[in-house]
Design a protein around this ligand. Structure first.
Ligand code: NAP
Length: 252
C-alpha cells in the first residue's frame, strides 16, 4: 500500500493520499517550460547514497517510489552514469499504466529513453538493445566501443574526444527535443553536472536510517563548490519519517 504524503512545505496544503493518476504530484513536480536538468537521489541520515549492499534499493521505500515514478513520467530522458546503470541493473524505463495518459496529454512518448555516460563503454547488451533505444555518450578510445557500435543506432552513440563533457551531452539531447532531463545519478555523474553548473534542481529523499561504512554521498568525487551553492526549497513532503524535498539550484 502506497503511503499518504504530508505536505510540510508549503505550509497549509492538504496531504496527498494514494492516487494512481498522481495528479497532485504531477502538478507539484512540473518543470518550467525551458531546458531543465533535475536529479533525483536518496540519502540516509548519515549522508550515505547506498546501503551495505552498494545499491540504493536498500535505502529507499514506498514513499519515494511514488515520487520516483512521477519524476520519470515527467521526463523527456533519464540520464545516468554507467556505474549506476550496472549496479542497479538498468533497462529501458517503463511508465506505469496509470501515468500514461498524462504523458500522452503532454505530447510525450510513452516511455522516456535512457542516456548513459561511460568512459569504458562496458554496458550490458540487454540494456543497449532495449526499447526505447538508449543514448550513449563515451570517448573515442573506449575499450568497449566496438560492443557499443554493434548494438546502437549511429545517431544514439556520441563520442567526445578527451572526456565526456556533460554540457555537450545536454546540448545533444536538447537538439533531439529531449529538454527535460531527469538524472538518476550516480554520485560521480552528479559531481560532473554540479562542476559544470548544469544542475537546476535536486530532488532528495532523506531516509530515516544510518548506514555507516564508506558509502559515498549523493554528489561525490568532484571539485569543491566554493563559494557554496545554495538551493531554495520548492516543497517538502513526508511519510513515515521519510522526507522528500524538491530543491531548486538554478538562480534565475
Ligand atoms: N542514492 C542514490 O540516489 C543513488 C543514485 C544512483 C546511484 N547510486 C549508487 O551509486 C553507486 C554508483 O556510483 P558511481 O558514482 O560510480 O555512479 P555513476 O556516476 O553512475 O557512475 C560512474 C561511472 O559512470 C561513468 N561516468 C560518470 N561520469 C562520466 C563522465 N563525465 N564521463 C565519462 N564517464 C562518466 C564512468 O563509467 P565507466 O566506468 O563505464 O567508464 C564512471 O565510472 C551505485 O552503488 C548506485 O547504487 C545511488
Amino acid at each position: 500500500m502506497e503511503p499518504t504524503l504530508d505536505v510540510l512545505l508549503p505550509a497549509g496544503r492538504p496531504p496527498l493520499p494514494p492516487d494512481p493518476s498522481e495528479s497532485s504530484l504531477l502538478e507539484m513536480y512540473a518543470s518550467p517550460p525551458v531546458r531543465w536538468v533535475r536529479a533525483n537521489m536518496v540519502a540516509t541520515l548519515d549522508g550515505g547514497a547506498t546501503g551495505a549492499d552498494g545499491r540504493s534499493g536498500s535505502i529507499n521505500g514506498a514513499a519515494d517510489h511514488r515520487v520516483f515514478d512521477v519524476l520519470r513520467s515527467l521526463a523527456d530522458v533519464i540520464l545516468v552514469g554507467a556505474g549506476t546503470a550496472r549496479a542497479e541493473r538498468y533497462r529501458g524505463p517503463r511508465t506505469p499504466e496509470a501515468l500514461l495518459p498524462a504523458r500522452r496529454a503532454s505530447g510525450l512518448a510513452d516511455h522516456p529513453p535512457l542516456a548513459v555516460v561511460t568512459r569504458r563503454g562496458d554496458l550490458p547488451g540487454a540494456l543497449l538493445d532495449d526499447e526505447p533505444r538508449p543514448w550513449v555518450f563515451t570517448v573515442p578510445d573506449a575499450p568497449f566501443l566496438g560492443h557499443l557500435r554493434a548494438h546502437l543506432p549511429k545517431d544514439h552513440l556520441h563520442l567526445h574526444p578527451g572526456g565526456v563533457d556533460p554540457r555537450r551531452v545536454l546540448d545533444t539531447l536538447a537538439d533531439a527535443g529531449l529538454v527535460h532531463v531527469l538524472c538518476e545519478g550516480g554520485p560521480r555523474l552528479l559531481a560532473d553536472l554540479v562542476a559544470a553548473d548544469a544542475l537546476d534542481e535536486l530532488c532528495l529523499t532523506q531516509t530515516p536510517a544510518v548506514v555507516g561504512g564508506d558509502a559515498t554521498r549523493v554528489v561525490h568525487g568532484g571539485p569543491w563548490t566554493d563559494p557554496v551553492r545554495t538551493a531554495r526549497p520548492a516543497h517538502l513532503l513526508h511519510a513515515d519519517g521519510v522526507l522528500i524535498g524538491r530543491w531548486v539550484l538554478r538562480r534565475d
